[in-house]
Design a protein around this ligand. Structure first.
Ligand code: HAM
Length: 420
């Protein structure tokens, strides 16, 4: 038997109501902040990701699904959306149409990571990107919007972590300082961190190895070496977050796993999902558009892992959804009335009344069991003497109340009953 690929998951009909609830919450809140949806292709040229996320990052160096297509082009399934959104922003000159583009997305992403709870190879993100303003108020508002989605879902065990990575010159200067600090400890670092020492030294802060964490404990911190402008902007972000009553903590070791960030970065962590605790992450990327060949345009955004969020919601029992139901289930009393039943169903469906009936020649009793199982709001009994007289019995499944309605204006009557 062929099974789903490791690290991918089927979302079955029983899971769908929770997914839809999450998606509807995201759309409602994002649209209240005037973000417009954008959909970009699932695959892009590999170079797009290499140039934006960074060659030395884990995502690009280890985790991408990359293949050469029949035309010889190197293609990659998108591991994140920011690169694709920025590419589309440049390609369609969205900046020329509007000074500030506020965009959002809900989409599958692909990363070949080691699967575990909350870490998949095909997963889903929702996220937002605002292109065109350097205002730190927008950074704070982005965090507010992300936080609002999570709290609207009823999540409570959340912590918002923020940091500033300054501008590239700050970072280059700081990397030298960090390299100096770690130079006599390099041999004691884990193999991964030794590699990072040469290629991407900031990411040593992300190491999960305890001895690495010990070694960097007293390290100088980037936040103490950022430019005046970055510092001032960061102060405004913090001030505005306080005004918005968003609780946050400063985390000077929050370096994020993608190279395009400048200034503000943030993550929201859940205490309820185990090791993969980051529900979402993001930050400012003021140089990315330019780096990808567009006119210099600042940007800020974030993306959230939907599987992780749903896992947190489940573990906190943070929201419930209604059981799926239908409006009408038609029980066919006389076998020869099959065609009549299907005709009635078709009329009701045309009027947007969700209707179903039996296709398996089951007994009246079995059909009634099915009506219960489907959570039907009403059952229609078609057949018997009543039907010969042009009437049909309608039963309200909640109250048990029954009434006889005329076949002639069946849909109108049912519509008015359902509406009440
Ligand atoms: P990221 O931190 O790589 O950022 O991913 C954002 C979120 O996606 C993570 O916090 C996590 O919840 C979820 N996620 C990542 N990898 C997986 C996985 N393998 N399985 C399940 N969930 C996962 C970005 O993607 C940036 N594009 C965010 C951004 C937007 N920055 C600026 N704009």
């Amino acid at each position: 038997m062929i099974r789903a690929i490791k690290g991918t998951k089927d979302i079955l009909p029983a899971d769908i109501p929770r997914w839809r609830y999450l998606e509807e919450t995201v759309r409602r809140i994002f649209e209240n902040f005037n973000y417009k949806e954008i959909r970009t292709p699932v695959f892009e040229e590999t170079a797009l990701f290499a140039r934006s996320i960074g060659e030395e990052t884990d995502i690009v160096s280890k985790e991408m699904y990359t293949f050469t297509d029949k035309g010889g082009t190197s293609i990659t399934l998108k591991p994140e959306m920011t690169a694709g959104v920025v590419r589309a922003f440049i390609e369609h000159s969205l900046g020329a149409q509007q000074p500030l583009s506020k965009l959002y997305y809900i989409s599958p992403m692909f990363r070949q990571e080691r699967p575990q709870a909350g870490r998949l190879r095909q997963f889903h993100q929702f996220g937002a990107e605002a292109l065109g303003s350097t205002s730190p108020l927008l950074d704070a508002e982005m965090i507010q919007m992300a936080y609002e989605v999570l709290s609207s879902l009823g999540l409570k065990d959340l912590s918002v972590k923020i940091n500033s990575l300054g501008v590239p010159a700050d970072r280059e200067n700081y990397k030298k300082i960090l390299r100096e600090f770690l130079s006599d400890k390099k041999d004691m670092l884990s193999e991964d961190s030794r590699k990072r020492f040469d290629k991407n030294i900031l990411r040593i802060f992300d190491s999960k190895v305890e001895s690495d964490q010990e070694l960097i404990k007293g390290a100088p911190l980037l936040i103490d070496y950022i430019s005046e402008e970055s510092k001032n902007d960061f102060e405004i972000v913090k001030e505005y977050l306080s005004k918005l009553s968003i609780p946050f903590e400063l985390d000077p070791k929050l370096v994020r796993g993608l190279d395009y960030y400048t200034k503000t970065t943030f993550e929201i962590i859940s205490g309820k999902v185990g090791a993969q605790s980051a529900l979402l992450g993001g930050g400012r990327y003021d140089l990315l558009v330019e780096q990808l060949g567009g006119k210099p345009t600042p940007g800020v955004g974030f993306a959230a892992g939907m599987e992780r969020i749903l896992l947190a919601c489940q573990n906190e029992n943070s929201f419930t959804v209604d059981e799926p139901s239908i409006d009408i289930y038609i029980v066919r009393i006389d076998k020869e009335l099959d065609l009549v039943v299907s005709e009635i169903a078709s009329k009701l469906r045309k009027e947007n009344i969700a209707t179903d009936y039996d296709y398996l020649q089951r007994s009246v009793k079995a059909q009634m069991r099915e009506a219960n199982k489907m959570n039907a709001k009403f059952t229609l009994f078609v057949g018997g003497d009543e039907f010969k007289e042009g009437m049909i019995n309608l039963k309200n499944m909640k109250t048990g109340e029954q009434q006889s309605i005329s076949v002639e204006n069946l849909t109108e009557t049912i519509q008015s009953i359902i509406k009440n």
